[in-house]
Design a protein around this ligand. Structure first.
Ligand code: ARG
Ligand code: MN
Ligand code: MN
Length: 302
């Protein structure tokens, strides 16, 4: 198997939503043994430490309908610079969240090096609101829209360019809570979504086969980023998330998905987000995150 140089970047960010504790996600994932788990598979792992996160700006700003826009803009830029630096050095960026707003920064760092980046968004949500459609003002519900250029300019133009990804290069897996504005965008832009309905009906194996065929053969992507929100998985397995939605992807289905992505050798960067140890039970959610990383990086039973 292909051995990688993996750079871990922690992002203790909680400004993208309003439940405290998700800033401790990177610590919880480290405590769950992420470095040892991946090293045991023969990869070289460097822990780059954490991105510095500034203080919250306050409540949802009336003018923008966004919470903590400045703090998130600054952190996204710093994260993007770091991700770009490690990718330029030939390393695989593995970003640990933190709430899902950090994907704006991660994608800003990755996409500069690729003409035709693909993104797999493993999540209960579409995270495709803009400041105009968001019901909450929470930026963790906006990163995907920002990445294809919709929303407030400060979010869409992190590191000075936009868009980061074409809407037709995105595959969402696990969706079961989608807001009206997001539903409209999905239809208008023809974004590929495997909701829980398709996962139930087709099975995860066919969903991933389809996804691989679509991104490789149809879209001819030159790199694929995996953005995995732990709330994509059913909260019976991952209770430590801020916006749990019942009826999610199972533990085994998630492992199968990661194993198939590994075998396809298609993933070139990844992030695992929304682990909130304060809402968790005995660090189970971080344990699941690390176990899934094990499968993504090549763990096999025999
Ligand atoms: N990354 C997440 N957990 N996002 C949840 C978003 C929830 C809701 N759609 C919102 O915009 O507020
Ligand atoms: Mn989510
Ligand atoms: Mn999300």
């Amino acid at each position: 198997m292909n051995k990688l140089n993996i750079s871990i970047i922690g992002v203790p960010m909680d400004h993208g939503q309003n439940r405290r504790g998700v800033d401790m996600g990177p610590s919880a994932i480290r405590y769950a043994g992420v470095v040892e788990r991946i090293e045991s598979l023969g990869h070289t792992v460097t822990d780059e430490g954490d991105i510095l996160i500034g203080p919250a700006d306050g409540t949802v700003e009336y003018a923008t309908n966004m919470r903590n826009l400045k703090a998130i803009t600054d952190a996204s830029t710093a994260l993007g610079d770091k991700v770009h630096e490690v990718a330029e050095a030939g390393n695989f960026p593995l970003v640990l969240g933190g709430d899902h707003s950090i994907a704006i920064g991660t994608l800003s760092g990755i996409s500069e090096r690729h003409e035709n980046l693909g993104v797999i968004w493993y999540d209960a949500h579409a995270d495709m609101n803009t400041s105009d459609t968001s019901p909450s003002g929470n930026i963790h519900g906006m990163p995907l829209a920002a990445s294809f250029g919709l929303g407030h300019e400060q979010l869409t133009h992190i590191r000075g360019y936009s868009p980061k990804v074409k809407p037709e290069n995105i595959v969402i897996i696990g969706a079961r809570s989608v807001d009206p504005g997001e539903r409209q965008l999905i239809k208008e832009l023809g974004i590929r979504v495997y909701s829980m309905h398709e996962i139930d009906k087709m099975g995860m194996s066919a969903v991933i086969e389809d996804t691989l065929r679509y991104l490789k053969e149809e879209r001819k992507t030159d790199a694929v980023h995996l953005s995995l929100d732990l709330d994509g998985i059913d909260p019976i397995y991952t209770p430590g998330v801020g916006t749990p939605v019942p009826g999610g992807i199972s533990y085994r289905e998630s492992h199968l998905a990661m194993e198939m992505l590994h075998d396809a050798g298609i993933i070139t960067s990844a992030e695992f987000v929304e682990v909130n140890p304060i809402l968790d039970e005995k660090n189970r959610t971080a344990d699941v995150a690390v176990a899934l990383m094990g499968s993504l990086f090549g763990e096999k039973l025999l």
